[in-house]
Design a protein around this ligand. Structure first.
Ligand code: GDP
Ligand code: GDP
Length: 437
């Protein structure tokens, strides 16, 4: 279970600069795999051998100086609800403001671990002025400069000491963990109800490691599975859902906990930015995906052409990752509910798929021989041997070759597509690495 760190603070104090600074190292790793989307609100940080998630709560809203106090308070509230550690950024060049005091008051009451960050401490003198932030009553301020990076190492060290959660992934058993995710009103509750609602045939009830993600184990539809449920435990509307990114932040834990996410889309609305944000969370966490186009009962024309058009539109929006199942149905009338579960299970199996080394080489080496990576400065890249790595979150393949640094993204994508044609990896990300033998 990963720790979640949230950045809060009024506009222009440097939240997004800090977010970029802290997620930088990770981005380099993430972009190695084709198809991962990036956004500036949610990312992973690796420090001291630990990985944690970072959200910039300000990143989802328009940042302007006249942003309302009310809006900032909502951001702080969602951070208090969702995060394990809160980074409260203030601006030493600007000094303490009333807005800062207001935020500090909420944070003091929350009892959550908070780090006050005195940003823009670009030099020693400014660092000295950070002392004024002691008065916020949230402990020692950390003087950093998000722009030049000074102080961020100490800050990261300190953040790690505040984690109470063990960040190793608990592999309970070989039972798949599913999560139903989507924006408000997509039909998530209706879906969970249709799946396990009336007949709560719960096998065991394992309280998740945190207060908010609970894995319920079921035996239904001829299979054994966990359904990660947060909606059921936390009352709706505790924090108003009028800001659309709330539902995205809320999805983080569910997605991090799941093996396969069932992403609910609303057939009457198509894909909007919030759907894309949730999709991006699923991708960043390298989880399995089944797209369920819900409320299909309300669509009048349902011939094959309509379905194809719909499907293509979805894949286009989610490109370049397009190899995932799309199911059209209705949580309300229970149309295709069984199909969703069967498909989610299949995706889980695809995510666990092991390809025997001999088969891998037998199939892929001739393909690579026919269409080798483009040569560079007259040098040719030769792939000698392919193997699948053991114990990885998603199927990961290493192509041993000379000059791996010259193998570019398009060729990796070509290889990935051939892999997907030869084995069923529908719904799961895969990793393709080129390495020197
Ligand atoms: P946000 O609205 O809180 O996300 O703030 P931004 O990250 O967009 O930063 C607001 C402005 O402050 C930008 O012009 C940044 O370049 C600047 N800024 C951010 N961090 C620092 C810093 O450490 N030192 C200085 N001098 N400027 C900074
Ligand atoms: P959530 O906010 O994602 O949990 O969405 P809900 O399950 O609460 O559903 C939002 C609204 O959409 C409710 O009024 C549901 O009755 C309706 N709804 C959900 N699924 C379907 C469906 O398959 N067909 C139709 N027509 N309405 C649905």
């Amino acid at each position: 279970m990963q720790n979640l760190v949230a950045i809060v603070g009024r506009p222009n104090v440097g939240k997004s600069t800090l977010f970029n600074r802290l997620t930088q190292s990770r981005q380099a790793i993430v972009t190695e795999t084709a198809g991962t989307t990036r956004d500036r609100q949610y990312g992973k940080v690796i420090w001291g051998g630990q990985e944690f998630s970072l959200v910039d709560t300000g990143g989802w809203v328009v940042n302007s100086d006249d942003i309302m106090e009310d809006e900032i308070n909502k951001q702080v509230r969602i951070a208090i609800e969702e995060a394990d550690v809160i980074l409260f950024v203030v601006d030493v060049m600007h000094g303490l403001t009333d807005l800062d005091e207001g935020v500090a008051q909420m944070l003091r009451k929350s009892g959550k671990p908070v780090v006050v960050i005195s940003n823009k401490s670009d030099n020693f003198e400014l660092g000295h002025q950070s002392a004024e932030f002691y008065s916020l009553g949230l402990g020692d301020p950390f003087s950093i400069s998000a722009i030049n990076g000074s102080g961020t190492g100490d800050l990261l060290d300190h953040i790690l000491t505040l984690f109470t959660k063990d960040n190793t992934e608990e592999e309970l058993d070989d039972v798949p963990k599913f999560a139903v995710v989507g924006r408000p009103n997509a039909g998530k509750s209706s879906m969970v109800n249709a799946l396990v609602g009336e007949d709560r045939s719960i096998v065991t009830d394992i309280a998740g490691t945190t207060r908010d993600a609970i894995n319920m184990r079921y035996n239904k539809f001829g299979m054994d599975f966990y359904l990660i449920d947060t909606a059921g435990i936390r009352k709706k509307g505790k924090v108003t859902e009028d800001l659309e990114y709330f539902s995205v932040i809320r999805s983080i834990r569910m997605i991090e906990n799941a093996d396969v996410c069932i992403l609910m889309l609303d057939a009457t609305r198509g894909i909007e930015s919030q759907d894309l944000n949730i999709f991006s969370l699923i991708q960043k966490n390298r989880k399995g995906l089944v797209v369920f186009v819900n409320k299909w009962d309300t669509v009048e024309e349902k011939d094959n052409i309509v379905i194809k058009t719909f499907e293509n539109a979805i894949r286009e929006r989610l490109a370049p990752f397009t190899d995932f199942p799309i199911i059209f149905g209705s949580a309300l009338t229970k149309q295709r509910i069984l199909k969703v579960m069967d498909t989610a299970k299949e995706v889980y199996q695809n995510k666990k798929r092991k390809v025997p080394t001999s088969k891998l080489n037998e199939v892929m080496l001739p393909i690579i021989e026919r269409t080798p990576p483009p040569s560079n400065k007259g040098k040719f890249i030769k792939v000698k041997y392919i193997t699948q790595l053991a114990n990885t979150q998603v199927p990961s393949f290493v192509f041993f070759c000379n000059l791996p640094q010259w193998v570019k993204e398009p060729y990796k994508r070509f290889v990935e597509n051939r892999m997907r044609e030869n084995w069923n990896f529908s719904g799961t990300p895969i990793n393709i690495f080129f390495r020197e033998k």
